[in-house]
Design a protein around this ligand. Sequence first.
Ligand SMILES: O=C(O)CCC(=O)C(=O)O
Ligand SMILES: [Fe+2]
Length: 299
Amino acid sequence: MTEEDVLHFKKHGFVKLRNIFSPELIEHMQKLGTSQVSAPSDNYGAGFSRLKYDMCNDDPTILELMSDPAFARIMAQLIDHQVFFTQGLGFELEKNKSTGAPWHVGSQSFGYQRREDMGYTVWTPLCRIDPKDQRGGMKYMSKELLSGEFVYQQINLVPEYLKDQIEAGKELTYADFSAMKNGLINSPEMMSLLDHFAVEDSFEPGDVLLFDKYVLHSSVPLLDGPIPSRLAYVLRFSAVEAQYDKNRVEQLAYPRGVFNYNVPSDYNERVASVDGEQVYASSYFDETREARTLARDAG
Ligand SMILES: O=C(O)CCC(=O)C(=O)O
Ligand SMILES: [Fe+2]
């Protein structure tokens, strides 16, 4: 990692880092992934062939990584404040089939914290990604050009609007809700605009993309070629000082009841309970708090 990487991350909100994870760890993630991802059970995540939320949130090997001096040092150089590992996820794209996730921000994965609290993702594809050939990676937008922070606000307007519409007798479907939520940044015009300015990197196994929660990003479908499917292992991190946002959690949960769909995780409900409480201090983490915390004294 170079000084340039640090500046790139500060400026754009994302940075691709080479050779971060060992072949052994990649193999471990592959094993975890292959055994745990499963076909989406309903609308949520339908763009993926298989996915899994809460994939090994407490896996000992993954937790060991947090006290790995080299990894902790890299994260500390890039991120200005103390963070802790919250959640693991797996996303699989099938060749010539899966569309993955459209343009979005981590409004679900960081749904438990306030909009202004920081969250970070380490996205790790478990196979080679060549954006000039078979593709299958991700594309992302520099925060300097367009920050996705407004999407957290926009999405949080939807549940109350939905409720009022339903109370006024409108019949709404999951598709209507989905369009209200994702339609704005995935309209043909906005998609063309984002696609034009997006960055799509190449990856070798062991390389990662670090991005913060305001970075707009989208899956890139896996095209024809020798790789049958692409699995990515995803680590989420939260700032230690982040506070529980109960209203956000309830807003996110509301449409689920209405349209009877399942988000593949109840993490946001479980992780804390009192509005404004420090998530890191919640009893949910009593057993593993130390193990999840990235050391900052590693230099
Ligand atoms: O792997 C993908 O295609 C999507 C991953 C993603 O959206 C995320 O990690 O936040
Ligand atoms: Fe995402």
